[in-house]
Design a protein around this ligand. Sequence first.
Ligand SMILES: [Zn+2]
Ligand SMILES: [Zn+2]
Length: 329
Amino acid sequence: MSTQALLPSAKVRRPKLIVGFFFTLVVLHVLAVVAFLPYCFSWWGVASLLVGNFIFGSIGINLAYHRMLTHRAVEMPKWLERAFVLCGVCSLEGSPLWWVLNHRIHHQKSDEDGDPHSPREHFYWGHMQWIYTADPDRNRLSTYEKYVPDLLTDPFLRWLHRGQKWVLVYVLHALLIGAAGFGIGFLVADTPDEAVRIGVQVFVWGVVVRTVYVWHITWFVNSAAHRWGYRNYETKDGSRNNWWVALLTNGEGWHNNHHAAPRTCSQGHRWWEVDLTYTFVRALQIIRLARNVVPVKVASYRQITAGETGQGSDEGRAELAPGVSADKT
Ligand SMILES: [Zn+2]
Ligand SMILES: [Zn+2]
């Protein structure tokens, strides 16, 4: 346990709004509601959420940002790693450096003082309020040097972070999808009005609704999966295995398993705990595009089947990524 957790909280948290990101959140949520008006609504748009979530949420956030960069649970060729990281950037959840920094702090101080997004006191704080709230302590270079020293050496990740270029990448991808939508519209529609309508629908569902959808299902891991569900391991935090969060996120909802063994690539530890993100990693492994996949430790598995608990939590808190320990303070 960190020493900070043993001390009474000395300062009252006074959240400082990140105005630009808050404004973006509001605008995209309003536009996401507009998507359900008859002019914008389409069933193929709804279906496209599944594909969009897999590319930008499961590959971009779950696999690239989380399992690969944060926990080094799998390695890939640099070109593929960067392509997948760009998918994560296109989910508008922050630069990879910022995301990994916050997530490693979350593992180190889970549901204790200093956890960036514990829902223990307020569900809304853990779900999304924290993300548009500035914390000067977490923005210091020294904090980055402490929590993401391995990633600071990567010029591509530094480039994305510096000058908020990750936002530029997001805007560019949105324009590209929009342009493709209008292009398809003019190719297949009989009238210009119908072509424009198809373009608007592709943009609204392929970018706006998909971004908001991936936001919320990612945030449910931080909020719902720290409140509701069952536990395989007696970890020191409030993490839970939540089946509907796992279903929506293609595997990230088995969050108690993940807190018990953060470096393990697969987050489903029992046979019914389906983890499609891990299935994708296994497929990449078969065609030799993924290597050094960190397995579920046999000791952890026996612990589940024997109904024993306790050791998994210590293992989990000991190592978040190679050279980054949860017990550092
Ligand atoms: Zn957690
Ligand atoms: Zn994690």
